[in-house]
Write a protein that binds this ligand. Structure first.
Ligand SMILES: O=C(O)COP(=O)(O)O
Length: 328
């Protein structure tokens, strides 16, 4: 994409985990160095380890091994240690960026790391329900295959708005090659994205340099997480979202903000008006629409739990006040 062509609209953002959402330069090397020593793989330090991500990391590790049997053993041991010990901190600012993007796009995570690690990292940071899909290296080790699986999913229009349920309204365009972006810190991932035909955006805080990410084909490299919002949403970054984004997260549990409750705003922070203030009227409208749709779709014969009780009128409030006084 040249400097003069407008950035196409973004419908789906696929995030890499290590080095993109979480800080990994120390945490991942610490785990790998144990494996490196145990199997005598000959990787001398973190920079040499990061080199393994210039291609698919498991293929790179296999080249260091005696044979296929040892490569399988090393992969299993590495994933087991990641599952047991790897708990890296989130990149500062990334949580807000993810919540903001969740109001506009379908989000996924694609990682060479284990599913169990992705679950731990995303739930510990209250981000699990901002993502509609996760692809782990122990399920789909090839990110090109993961991207193709995502694009082929007929339900990939339905995102998740930082609450457990999926967006049932799904009024957006289906993601295609031009509107799907992989956000990553490694040249190997950028090349995978370009090979499949989607867009790639780099981040400067991970394993590979901004220059290398651009050379691999990244259309842009973010120096700070907040630049991702500006680049991916453009003018829409300041607009309140449509769809079901204004549904607040369920109180408590993963995905809920500390201040969440019936009157709290959307967990993705996307119910902010253009001035940055909460827009409860719009949030309430979307919630009501959503309940109506859910109520219409419920199975006949089941109690309607989706429709909230009617608001008490002034007489009910008076009665309730009298009851409270009598109880004292
Ligand atoms: O960017 C990379 O390739 C490494 O990160 P991942 O383990 O999340 O895939």
């Amino acid at each position: 994409m040249n400097a003069h062509s407008p950035t196409p609209r973004t419908e789906a953002v696929l995030f890499d985990l290590d080095g993109t959402l979480v800080q990994t330069r120390i945490a991942s090397w610490t785990v790998f160095s144990t494996i490196n020593d145990r199997f005598e793989l000959g990787v001398d330090g973190p920079e040499q380890y990061f080199d393994l991500f210039r291609g698919n990391v498991y293929e790179s590790i296999a080249k260091l091994c005696r044979d296929e049997a040892q490569a399988a053993e090393v992969k299993e041991a590495f994933l087991a240690l990641l599952r047991a010990e790897y708990s890296p901190p989130l990149v500062p600012g990334v949580g807000d960026v993810v919540r903001r993007l969740a109001g506009h796009c379908t989000l996924a995570v694609m990682s060479s790391n284990a599913m169990q690690v992705m679950r731990r990292v995303l739930t510990d940071n209250d981000l699990a329900f901002c993502f509609a899909h996760v692809f782990g290296g122990d399920v789909i080790p090839d990110k090109r295959a993961a991207v193709r699986t995502f694009l082929a999913d007929s339900a990939n229009t339905f995102g998740r708005r930082c609450s457990a349920d999926y967006d049932e309204i799904g009024l957006r365009q289906a993601p295609d090659l031009a509107s799907t972006v992989l956000v990553t810190d490694t040249a190997g991932d950028v090349r995978d994205a370009i090979e499949v035909g989607i867009r790639a955006v780099g981040v400067a805080w991970g394993m590979h340099s901004a220059e290398e990410l651009v050379a691999a084909g990244a259309e842009f490299v973010a120096l700070w997480p907040q630049e991702l919002t500006a680049h991916l949403l453009g003018d829409a970054a300041t607009l309140p979202p449509g769809g079901a984004c204004a549904v607040p997260p369920a109180g408590g549990g993963a995905g809920a903000r500390p201040d969440s409750g019936p009157d709290a705003g959307c967990g993705c922070g996307c119910d902010r008006g253009p001035d940055g203030g909460l827009d409860p009227a719009a949030a309430g409208r979307v919630r009501r629409d959503r309940r109506r749709i859910a109520a219409g779709a419920r199975e006949p014969g089941l109690p309607d739990t989706s429709v909230p009780p009617a608001r008490p009128g002034p007489q009910d409030e008076l009665l309730e006040a009298v009851r409270r006084v009598m109880r004292r």
